[in-house]
Design a protein around this ligand. Structure first.
Ligand code: GLU
Length: 543
C-alpha cells in the first residue's frame, strides 16, 4: 500500500505540513516545573458550576507553578453550539477569579501565541495531522455509512466477522488503493479513522493524578478522528491541541476516564509526549429523600453560574467555596487564618481530596458572610451598587442619590472588632434592611403584651435621647424603673414577681417598634442612623 499516495488523494489541497505547524507552536519558554493547563468547555449552554470548579483547579495548577492557563473553546459540534455561550463562559471566568492567561474574544482580541483558541478555527491543523497519520498507515478513510449502506449494526458486524475482524474494527481499514481512488472519484464523503493496534482485550496501565495508576481495557476501536465534514472528534482534537498548545496537565471531568485508553493510543500514533491527567469528580447535591445525585442544569438553579451573579454572591466567596470543596483542609486553615487571602491557602490544584464533592449552599453562605464582614461600609456600597447596576436597575437611582445614608446603614455593626456576619449576598440587602428604608408592616408582639408594649412606647417619647450610646441607655433604664421594670438583672431573677419585666424587655419593645422584629443588629446604631425624627415617627404609628 502506498500510504503517502492515499494521503495525497484524500487531502490534495492541504499544503500546510505538520513541520510548518510544529514550528509555529514551539515549546514554551517556561521555567522547569511550570505547568500549562487549559479549561476546554464546549459552548453548548451556560457555564456550569462544575466548569468553574475545573477552571479554578486549572488556574491554581498553572499560577502556583509559574505556568500558563488557557481557555480553549471546543466548538467543533456546530449542531450543539449555543450562540453567545463562549462569551458567557469568558465573562464568568473573569468575574469569578479564574481569568485565563490566554484566550480569544471572538472578533475582539486574541491573547496568547498558541491560538486560535476556538477549535473551529483550527481545521487546517487537524487535517494536516490526519493526513500525516494516513501517510504513515496509522489512519484510513472510511466510506462506510454513505457508500455501502452499512447503517445496520447487524449487517456491519457480519461483514466485519467475514473479514476476520473483531467488532470494533472497521471494514474500510482494508480498502485497496484502487477502491479508495474509485470512491473518491465518485465524490463519496469519507471520515478518517484510527487504525487501532489493539484488539480491545489486552490491558493498559494509565495514570491519573488523583486516582493513581489504574489498569484499563486497551483500546480496540477504529475510532473516528475526522468526521466527513473534516471537523475533528474530541479525542483527536484534544490530542492535537494539547500537544501544540504545549499543555502539560489536562484537567477534565471524570466522565472522560473511560476513553483514556483511546486517547493514549492517539497520542502514541501521533508521536506526542503524553500529558498528565487530573480527572475531577462531578459535584453532587443531597436530595430531599436523603440520596445524592449530580447537580444538574435541569433541576438546580445553582448549576448555572449566572444564578450567583443574579443573587449577588461575592465572586471570591464562590472561589473560596469551590477550593473548600476540592480540599478538605480548607476549613481548618480558614479558622486559623481568618484574614488571609485565599491565595495563601496551600492549594496547588493537584492536592484535591474530594471524592464526591457535595454542594452545600449553607456552607457557601457562611463563607460569603465571613468575607463580606471583612469589608468596610464603603467597599460594601460599591459592590452593592455594581450588583444593582447589573441586576436590580430599579434600585440604582436611590443608591446613588442616598449614598451617604446607605453607607451608614451598611456600617451598622461593621468596622468593629466583632462585626456582624449577616449579609451573604447583595440581593438580600434591601429585604434584610427593609426597616431602614420604611416603617415595619407588622410587629412581633404577642397580643397579651400589647398593653405593656404601648405603655412603654408612650413613655419613651419623653425619654428618647440619641446623644450617645451611654446616655441613650441610661434614659431607657431611667424610664424602665419609672414604669416598674427591673434594671438590675440579679434582682429581677430573685424576685421576678415584683416587676413588669426587666430592661431587656423594654429594649425589645423599642426594637419591635422600630424594626418590627425581636432580633436585629445593634439597636442604638439603628436608631441613630434613622435619626430622632424618624424614630418618633415610627413610635407615633403605634401610640
Ligand atoms: N469539551 C470537553 C468538555 O466540555 C472538554 C474536556 C477536556 O477538558 O478535555 O467536556
Amino acid at each position: 500500500m502506498n500510504y503517502q499516495k492515499i494521503a495525497e488523494m484524500l487531502f490534495p489541497n492541504n499544503s500546510l505540513t505538520v513541520e510548518d505547524i510544529e514550528k509555529k507552536y514551539p515549546p514554551r519558554n517556561l521555567k522547569e516545573g511550570a505547568e500549562v493547563t487549559r479549561f476546554a468547555p464546549s459552548p453548548t449552554g451556560f457555564m456550569h458550576i462544575g466548569g468553574l470548579f475545573q477552571a479554578i483547579i486549572d488556574k491554581n495548577i498553572a499560577r502556583r507553578s509559574g505556568g500558563v492557563y488557557m481557555l480553549r473553546i471546543e466548538d467543533t459540534d456546530k449542531k450543539r453550539e449555543v450562540i453567545g455561550a463562549s462569551t458567557i463562559i469568558l465573562e464568568i471566568l473573569k468575574k469569578y477569579g479564574a481569568e485565563p492567561d490566554e484566550y480569544e474574544e471572538k472578533g475582539v482580541k486574541v491573547v496568547g501565541e498558541y491560538g486560535p483558541y476556538f477549535q473551529s478555527e483550527r481545521e487546517e491543523i487537524y487535517k494536516a495531522y490526519a493526513k500525516k497519520l494516513v501517510s504513515e498507515g496509522k489512519a484510513f478513510p472510511c466510506f462506510c455509512r454513505k457508500t455501502e449502506g452499512l447503517n445496520d449494526v447487524k449487517e456491519k458486524r457480519e461483514k466485519m466477522f467475514s473479514l476476520g475482524l473483531t467488532e470494533d474494527k472497521d471494514p474500510c481499514r482494508n480498502l485497496t488503493e484502487e477502491q479508495i481512488e474509485e470512491y473518491l472519484k465518485a465524490g463519496k464523503p469519507f471520515a478518517i479513522k484510527l487504525k487501532s493496534k489493539g484488539n480491545g482485550l489486552g490491558k493498559v496501565k494509565i495514570y491519573d493524578v488523583l486516582k493513581g495508576e489504574l489498569e484499563m481495557q486497551e483500546n480496540g476501536e477504529d475510532a473516528v478522528l475526522l468526521k466527513s465534514d473534516f471537523m475533528p472528534t474530541y479525542a483527536f482534537a484534544h490530542a492535537v491541541d494539547d500537544h501544540l498548545m504545549r499543555t502539560t496537565t489536562v484537567v477534565r471531568g471524570e466522565e472522560w476516564l473511560p476513553s483514556y485508553p483511546l486517547h493514549m493510543e492517539i497520542f502514541e500514533a501521533l508521536g506526542f509526549k503524553p500529558v498528565k491527567y487530573v480527572h475531577t469528580p462531578l459535584i453532587y447535591k443531597i436530595r430531599e429523600n436523603g440520596g445524592k445525585t449530580k447537580i444538574s442544569k435541569r433541576i438546580d438553579a445553582e448549576a448555572d453560574m449566572r444564578y450567583f451573579s443574579k443573587e449577588g454572591y461575592e465572586p471570591e466567596a464562590l472561589e473560596e467555596y469551590l477550593i473548600n470543596l476540592a480540599n478538605s483542609n480548607f476549613e481548618m486553615w480558614r479558622k486559623e487564618n481568618p484574614l488571609a487571602p485565599i491565595s495563601e491557602f496551600p492549594f496547588d490544584g493537584f492536592n484535591i481530596t474530594a471524592i464526591t464533592p457535595v454542594f452545600d449552599i449553607v456552607k457557601l453562605n457562611d463563607i460569603s458572610k465571613e468575607l463580606i464582614a471583612k469589608y468596610s461600609a464603603e467597599v460594601c456600597y460599591d459592590k452593592l451598587l455594581k450588583w444593582a447596576e447589573e441586576n436590580s436597575i430599579e434600585n440604582v437611582d436611590y443608591l446613588k442619590k442616598d449614598r451617604e445614608y446607605v453607607i451608614k446603614v451598611l456600617n451598622i455593626d461593621r468596622e468593629k472588632d466583632k462585626p456582624r456576619k449577616d449579609i451573604y449576598k447583595w440581593g438580600m440587602f434591601f429585604d434584610y434592611y427593609d426597616y431602614m428604608f420604611s416603617a415595619p408592616k407588622a410587629y412581633q408582639v404577642e397580643e397579651s403584651e400589647r398593653k405593656k408594649f404601648e405603655e412603654v412606647l408612650r413613655a419613651y417619647k419623653k425619654y428618647l435621647d440619641l446623644t450617645d450610646k451611654n446616655i441613650w441607655f441610661d434614659k431607657i433604664k431611667e424610664m424602665s424603673s419609672e414604669l416598674g421594670y427591673a434594671v438590675d438583672n440579679k434582682e429581677f431573677k430573685k424576685n421576678p414577681e415584683k416587676f413588669k419585666g426587666n430592661v431587656a424587655k423594654v429594649c425589645e419593645f423599642i426594637r419591635v417598634a422600630i424594626t418590627g422584629q425581636k432580633n436585629s443588629p445593634d439597636l442604638y446604631e439603628i436608631m441613630s442612623v434613622l435619626g430622632k425624627d424618624k424614630v418618633l415617627e415610627r413610635i407615633s404609628l403605634i401610640v
